[in-house]
Design a protein around this ligand. Structure first.
Ligand code: CS2
Length: 464
């Protein structure tokens, strides 16, 4: 193919659907969102009425890549038996986070019905007590800026949402649903809390307006979505003849369970496979413990053995046994029928074994300071409460300790300096310090400390 015959993805060249009116604003236009919510929206029968304006996180790179191709991109679904390619058209506009005025003007529009978020665990800026961290410099700066001028540029997620809601209230633009799609327990409640707490600092009157006009939705999201590689771009070109600077690889499996009200309506996501439920909690628990928990276990423990991807790790019988042990412990505390849990575990193994999904363990290893608590501690505490010292959960914590001490995947963490300091000193000291960081009560449990230490020693021996 010569360069003159190459076309870049664009609506003018006949790719994708016509631009739909913006009725959803999304914060955090990463690969996961593009493989998940944007795909559900694409497949909703009323997709033509529901365009998404998506904003990047701090880096504008995704907006720079998507804008020249009109927000279009190729989703490559990688099954065990091969790839399929689909152009996704549900992004009607893409902005960098710096385009704050554009964000405010969407929020002031009565046509806007929903704000969704994938800002990662780190975006919620909670302190150790679960409340908004009022000492975070970004939070402090946003509160100061909004007190002086509600239209001032703000940078944190809670700050941006509060700024948008001030604008929406002033414009009398109507009720709104705000829906978190991050891997946190009770993600809607977490978001509602940090937003209300920041609002209270800026304008106490706003808190009541939010309570009356904003419905915070809670969701469980699931689709394994690795990073985009140059090789992938080349494969899109070879398969479709189209230049795409931002394709997304994903797996065939996808799940979205949604709890909440949508006062301004929503796309018929349920017709595209999403489940609308009264209580998302059991689904969330199942996914965070079984999928994300085993992911984190492998990210720290299997990289000590030299594995690079989930598929490599799960083929190693030692790693498989670790995962099964963790799952046995976790399943005892998930309120779903045993048959359903067994089927979910089998499906997870099939997903992990998919040889066409190269999901890097080093990517999953990031931000353990936030992920371990969400993914491992519920099971750990529940097992302790029943008088057991769970070896699988202890191994996950031990592997994180060893990761912080330099074994396995490199440390990349929003709190890197703080958590790496915990890993200094003797192994015994760092086990105690890491447990105390996770939960002071855990550090006081001598049998647990001994179990984590024993697992940490065993993991280190595997490198010899
Ligand atoms: C992973 C998740 O990177 C990680 O921490 O555990 O991104 C995981 O792949 C998704 O939650 C799957 O739905």
């Amino acid at each position: 193919m010569t360069s003159s015959t190459l076309t870049r993805l664009s609506r003018a060249s006949g790719h994708g659907r016509p631009v739909a009116p913006v009725r959803i604003v999304h914060l955090g236009v990463g690969n996961f969102f593009r493989a998940h919510q944007a795909w559900y929206t694409e497949h909703a029968p009323d997709a033509a009425e529901w365009g998404i304006a998506a904003f990047t996180g701090r880096s504008p790179a995704m907006a720079d890549a998507l804008r020249p191709q009109d927000g279009l991109y190729t989703l490559i679904t990688r099954g065990t038996d091969g790839d399929s390619y689909e152009v996704i058209s549900s992004l009607s506009a893409v902005h960098s986070s710096a385009e704050h005025e554009a964000f405010l003007s969407y929020l002031r529009s009565p046509g806007l019905a929903i704000v969704t978020l994938t800002v990662t665990e780190a975006g919620y800026l909670r302190g150790a007590d679960g409340h908004l961290d009022l000492t975070n410099p970004g939070v402090v700066a946003d509160i100061r800026a909004l007190r002086a001028d509600p239209q001032a540029v703000v940078t944190t997620t809670p700050g941006r949402i509060v700024a948008g809601l001030i604008g929406r209230r002033a414009a009398a633009a109507g009720k709104l649903a705000i829906v978190s799609c991050d891997n946190l327990s009770h993600n809607g409640e977490v978001l509602a809390t940090v937003v209300a707490e920041l609002a209270a600092e800026v304008d106490p009157g706003l808190v009541g307006w939010i309570a009356a006009n904003v419905a915070f939705g809670t969701t469980m999201v699931d689709r394994i979505t690795p990073a985009t590689t140059e090789e992938l771009k080349a494969s899109v070109l070879a398969a479709t003849g189209t230049v795409d600077e931002a394709p997304v690889p994903t797996e065939p499996f996808s799940e979205w369970v949604i709890q909440g009200e949508f006062p301004g309506g929503r796309p018929a996501w349920d017709a595209a496979g999403a489940r609308i439920v009264d209580d998302v909690a059991p689904f969330e628990r199942r996914k965070l413990a079984l999928l994300n928990g085993s992911h984190s276990l492998l990210a720290y423990a299997a990289t000590i053995l030299g594995h690079e991807t989930v598929a490599d790790a799960i083929r190693d019988p030692r790693c498989l046994a670790w995962v099964e042990q963790w799952w046995d412990e976790a399943c005892a505390h998930i309120p779903l029928p045993a048959g359903e849990l067994a089927a979910y575990r089998q499906a997870l193994l099939d997903r992990y074994r998919n040889p066409n999904i190269r999901h890097a363990l080093a990517q999953i290893a990031s931000d353990g300071s936030l992920k371990i608590a969400v993914r491992i501690l519920h099971t750990l505490r529940a097992e302790l409460a029943e008088g057991r010292i769970p070896a699988g959960a202890a191994r996950a914590v031990a592997a994180w300790v060893q990761h912080l001490r330099g074994l396995g995947a490199p440390v990349k963490d929003v709190a890197a300096a703080q958590v790496q300091a915990l890993a200094a000193g003797t192994l015994e000291d760092s086990v105690a310090a890491v447990l105390a960081f996770l939960d002071a009560d855990l550090a006081g449990n001598e049998s647990l400390r001994a179990a984590v230490l024993a697992q940490a020693i065993e993991l280190a021996e595997l490198t010899r």
